[in-house]
Design a protein around this ligand. Structure first.
Ligand code: CA
Ligand code: CA
Length: 227
């Protein structure tokens, strides 16, 4: 059967949508390209007893759109940690590009509230931060707080883009974000296009132990023009 001619414009529009980038507010947007590590478990864990836990999506996360050219600007960038002597691994592993769950691919920091700070080495407009704490077994990290600043000490000009510290035990303000189960997908946090040179991530132990882990942190952004 021949396609009726009146449908041709629809076919053209549909094809254009499929093969073009998306356009929003005059900016070309494209899904950011996140390379995922091999998953170590499937399905929804039922045995994690944590309040205010986000219901797993049950399917892959939707693509995240950001301006064309947005890339992981944290790769191989310097990292400093509140715990200078990791129990296992090295602080550099936070940005070394290895996101696999195997032993040897994570850095383990001591108990209580700890943080890592990534220096992007220039101010960037940041659209998303993706965090893999640990994904060998399902677990939930406590007091996950993610901030952006131009101040390496995070004393001023601080934008908090994620905070699930519901009881303000970290004393950085009460957070309204949900607890979540770690998976190979990592946790994607919408950074809202805030600008800054430093990204800091907090945690305070997890549902399996009181230790803090990082496999990788990616920061999807664009360098601020003129730098
Ligand atoms: Ca890594
Ligand atoms: Ca808390």
């Amino acid at each position: 059967m021949m396609l009726n001619k009146k449908y041709f414009p629809l076919v053209i529009i549909f094809s254009a949508l499929l093969f073009s980038t998306f356009l929003l507010n005059g900016q070309d947007l494209k899904p950011i390209d996140i390379k995922l590590p091999k998953p170590m478990f499937v399905g929804t864990p039922q045995n994690i007893k944590v309040p205010n836990l986000e219901k797993p999506l049950g399917r892959p996360r939707d693509p995240f759109l950001a301006p064309v050219g947005t890339a992981n600007v944290a790769l191989n960038k310097p990292v400093v940690a509140s715990d200078n002597y990791p129990v296992i691994g090295e602080v550099e592993q936070v940005t070394d590009g290895d996101k696999e769950a195997e032993d040897g691919s994570y850095v383990e920091f001591g108990p209580f509230l700890q943080h890592v700070t990534i220096d992007l080495q220039a101010e960037h407009t940041i659209f998303a931060v993706v965090i893999w704490h640990y994904h060998k077994q399902p677990c939930v990290y406590n007091d996950v707080i993610v901030q952006i600043s131009n101040d390496p000490a995070f004393k001023k000009d601080v934008k908090t883009i994620f905070n699930n510290d519901h009881d303000n035990s970290a004393k950085l303000g009460t957070g309204k974000d949900k607890n979540y189960v770690e998976t190979a997908e990592g946790k994607l946090i919408d950074a809202g296009g805030f600008q800054g040179r430093y990204v800091r991530c907090y945690s305070n132990g997890n549902s399996n132990s009181d230790l803090n882990h990082y496999i990788e942190v990616e920061v999807y952004g664009l360098a601020v023009k003129g730098e």
